[in-house]
Design a protein around this ligand. Structure first.
Ligand code: TZP
Ligand code: MG
Length: 214
């Protein structure tokens, strides 16, 4: 069955970050995220040799494909191509979307981090498949992160963004209901998931808090 990435996108969006995973490997973390019900995972590793990232991504591609989970690679387009990931996630200072599309070929997902409605409009006009909206709250997880855009940009995004978007940055168990309540249907978290005692149980709890089933 072809991957319905838009359906997968709704819910919790997981990201890897081995530095915050308390000794667990990215592969183990991904396995536990999937067991908890995460349907979209971004492989994000800033400081690891690329060869090591490649080996990890091959294993993670197998796990995600078997589970029907969308796999997005942060930054490294060549890595995404090599492991046949479903797409890439890039930032404002990376190659333009049109160039990334050319490198990736058709049918792949391109996500772009945005921090204002102006950037969101530009991303939509240039053909991004989804955007990241954030950081919603203060976060220590990302280096060189801009100041929190707060809930104001999230409210703007809910009203004006016509492609899927994911809220990110400083989202925790205690504020996730607020983010979901303001209309974010996809919510990304790093440390609140990868740093949990029991990742699978944590994902399950976060899903219930954000998107309780009636
Ligand atoms: N992009 C914007 S904020 C962020 C990224 C990757 C880090 C979010 O990490 P956390 O631990 O969920 O605040
Ligand atoms: Mg980047």
């Amino acid at each position: 069955m072809p991957l319905d990435w838009r359906a997968n996108f709704r819910g919790i969006y997981g990201l890897t970050a081995e530095a915050h995973s308390r000794g667990r490997s990215n592969i183990d973390v991904v396995r536990q995220m999937i067991a908890g019900g995460i349907k979209t995972i971004q492989y994000r590793e800033k400081d690891k040799p690329l060869g090591q990232q490649y080996a990890e991504c091959l294993a993670i591609r197998q796990l995600t494909r078997d589970a029907g989970v969308t796999l997005i690679i942060n930054d490294y387009i060549e890595l995404a191509r090599l492991v046949d990931a479903d797409g890439v996630h890039i930032g404002q200072d990376d190659l333009p979307i049109e160039a990334v599309r050319q490198l990736l070929g058709p049918g792949k997902i391109i996500g772009l981090s945005t921090h204002s409605l102006e950037q969101a409009s530009d991303a939509m006009a240039r053909g991004a498949d989804y955007i990241g909206v954030g950081p919603i709250y203060a976060t220590q997880t990302k280096k060189d992160v801009c100041a929190p855009v707060g809930l104001a940009y999230l409210d703007d995004a809910v009203r004006h963004v016509t492609i899927p978007f994911v809220a990110i940055g400083g989202i925790k168990e205690h504020n996730i209901a607020e983010v979901a309540g303001r209309g974010a249907s996809s919510i990304a978290m790093v440390t609140e998931i990868v740093g949990a005692d029991d990742i699978t149980a944590q994902v399950y709890r976060l899903r219930q808090k954000a998107f309780p089933v009636a």
